[in-house]
Design a protein around this ligand. Structure first.
Ligand code: KG4
Ligand code: ZN
Length: 503
């Protein structure tokens, strides 16, 4: 991206018209451009991108009070896909906001997929259609709008493009209060996690009211510590990222409200992150060579989902659990065996000493032909087995139950994961979420994927369970795509990954 951006001049018009004529079915005329240039300084901004002294693209915007309308963005055919259009657009947006625009709008052809993607990736949202808008083809126009913009938001997007952004991330969706500072989405400056597990374990699970209260008590100190460990102050930050769903609503609200307060007090832009997106992005943090397209298996205390990621920021959930989440099943079986909370780590340790073939537990939905999971039947089978054995006066081998239960979970997950990866033709597969800390699941997936030539990514243990470093990495990507949260944004207990990006 070595083009330089400057104001358009009358002398550029020969070259501008060449690009215009080659780019659009009903090009603007010389008269129209001349007329626009006369309005520069009175609410119009026209810029060109120049490389080696040659104009390779241009763009213009009209500002009307607190709204601005992108009039034209074009790049010479030979220079497309190099970020010139994006560079022009971000410069235009900055100029429009400096002139007082708060929101920016534009129309784009429904068939202009590349243009639509470029605008989406700059924070424009498709809000409606203008039927038959283009007189040449009768094509509909898609109307796109940004949210309310500040100069800090646009410079934050540019910093994220360069990888020089410093993001403070906050996570409070379940039972850890966490904060992290990250540069460029991959250079971790700090990661602080305050776990509440001790307060919940005596109840055998997370108690939502206790979670909210403990987050409130911890959040100020956790954020302060993350900043201190990173050696940065608010003035060094580019943006704040916060988990706004899915999770326990009362817990999410604490992090979101605190992040909003910080954003309001400092003027730093706020980006919202989906907790599951964070888990997936832990893989990118651990190994920056990860690139879409890939399939991810997200297995945590609250979720079990297979997700296809065709490009950054776009998620298609292929299937998910119809009842219990994988981690929840581990926790419930551990509770049944009197092993405490959380159950995953204990069960996986016990399983090492047991025989996975000692007991035959059901593999629910293994051959369902869908990517959905069901784990409550397995949990019931384990309960029935233990009760039957106890009633018959036989000793129950906890290691055998643990090993056989774990094997049943893993068999179904590996078989569906392999099918999803093969059907979508991906060369990379990610494991994510708290249950990704399970060594047997990691090994089984690794073997299954690598024997098929699919590269397997799995985060180190510390990044599998809830943390804010993964939220910071996801926040960096959100920032690049202009995914800002406004102050009226709410937390969503059931936030869906698929609602993030369109295609
Ligand atoms: O992702 P996470 O920290 O929190 C949620 O977003 O839910 O996941 C916590 C879950 C718990 O259910 C815990 O039992 C499970 O991850 N887990 C494990 C292991 N370590 C943690 N499950 C199986 N094997 C493990 N080694
Ligand atoms: Zn989680």
């Amino acid at each position: 991206m070595s083009a330089s951006i400057r104001e358009m001049r009358q002398a550029d018009l020969d070259r501008v018209l060449q690009i215009e004529d080659a780019s659009f079915p009903t090009p603007w005329t010389r008269f129209m451009f001349s007329d626009e240039l006369k309005r520069v300084g009175a609410g119009r901004v026209w810029l060109v991108a120049e490389k080696d002294g040659v104009v390779i693209g241009y763009a213009g915007i009209a500002v009307f009070g607190d709204e601005a309308h992108v009039m034209n963005v074009a790049v010479d055919a030979g220079s497309r896909r190099c970020g010139v259009g994006r560079d022009l657009l971000l410069h235009l947006m900055a100029e429009a906001v400096a002139l007082g625009a708060a929101r920016i709008t534009l129309e784009v052809r429904t068939g202009g997929r590349e243009a639509r993607r470029m605008y989406r990736n700059a924070g424009f949202i498709e809000e409606g259609l203008r039927p038959g808008y283009y007189s040449d083809t009768g094509e509909d126009a898609v109307i796109m709008w940004t949210g309310t913009l500040t100069p800090a938001m646009i410079s934050a997007m540019r910093a994220a493009d360069e990888g020089s952004d410093v993001v403070l991330a906050i996570e409070s969706s379940c039972d850890e209060t966490a904060a992290s500072v990250m540069r460029g989405g991959i250079e971790q400056l700090s990661s602080v996690v305050a776990s509440q597990i001790d307060f919940h374990s005596r109840f055998g699970g997370v108690v939502p009211e206790i979670a909210s209260r403990k987050h409130t008590e911890a959040i100020v100190a956790v954020v302060d510590e993350a900043l201190e460990q990173a050696g940065v102050g608010f003035a060094d930050l580019t943006a704040i990222a916060v988990t706004y769903g899915p999770g326990l609503i009362g817990a999410l609200v604490v992090g979101l409200a605190y992040a909003k307060g910080l954003s309001l007090g400092t003027g730093l832009p706020l980006v919202g992150v989906d907790h599951l997106e964070g888990h997936i992005l832990a893989n990118r943090l651990a190994d920056p060579s990860l690139e879409p397209p890939f399939v991810a298996l997200v297995v945590s205390g609250g979720h079990t989902a297979l997700v296809h990621v065709p490009e950054w920021g776009v998620y298609h959930t292929l299937g998910q659990t119809l009842d219990d989440a994988a981690g929840e099943a581990f926790d419930k079986v551990a509770k049944l065996l009197g092993l405490g909370y959380p159950g995953g780590p204990v069960i996986s340790r016990l399983a090492l000493e047991g025989d996975p073939h000692a007991i035959e537990f059901p593999r629910a939905m293994m051959y369902s032909g869908t990517y959905d999971f069901s784990l409550s039947g397995l949990k019931t089978a384990v309960i029935n087995y233990v009760h039957t054995e106890q009633q018959a006066g036989r000793d129950v081998s906890h290691p055998d139950v643990a090993a056989a239960f774990q094997a049943a979970v893993i068999d179904v997950q590996v078989s569906k994961a392999v099918r999803a990866a093969e059907e979508h033709g991906v060369r990379a597969f990610c494991l994510a979420g708290g249950v990704a800390a399970n060594p047997a699941l990691r090994d089984a997936l690794q073997r299954a994927m690598e024997s098929r030539g699919i590269k397997m990514f799995v985060p180190p243990m510390l990044l599998c369970t809830d943390n804010a470093a993964m939220i910071a990495t996801a926040g960096h990507l959100r920032l690049r795509r202009g995914g800002f949260l406004q102050f009226d944004a709410e937390a969503h207990a059931d936030l869906s990954l698929d609602s993030i990006g369109g295609n």
